[in-house]
Design a binder for this molecule. Sequence first.
Ligand code: FES
Length: 113
Amino acid sequence: MDDRQSSAARVNVTFKTPSGELREIRAAVGSTLMEAAVENEVEGIIGECGGSCACATCHVKLPKDWFERVGPPGDMEINTLYFRAHRQATSRLACQIVLSRELDGLHAEVATD
Ligand code: FES
């Protein structure tokens, strides 16, 4: 078993979907939050551009404490988020969040736009 498949290399992530459902998934360390969501068919996360920060179909809103731990978006991400109607101060693009062990327990709300 390689490191990506072992339980030690996975973290728990919880999504609140647009339907209000809480989806807790196990995701590989080193994958992006978008990849984990798409792999687990989380409602509302499409990942249309494949993670190149161009489509915003992976828009999530983080609770303030998690936003501070994950960190702010970069310039390109800010530009992509700019026209999202439901953008908030804690918005991020899930494709730009690489999961690390430090992000075990991450919560993210799937945006509705
Ligand atoms: S998958 Fe397109 S911006 Fe994230």
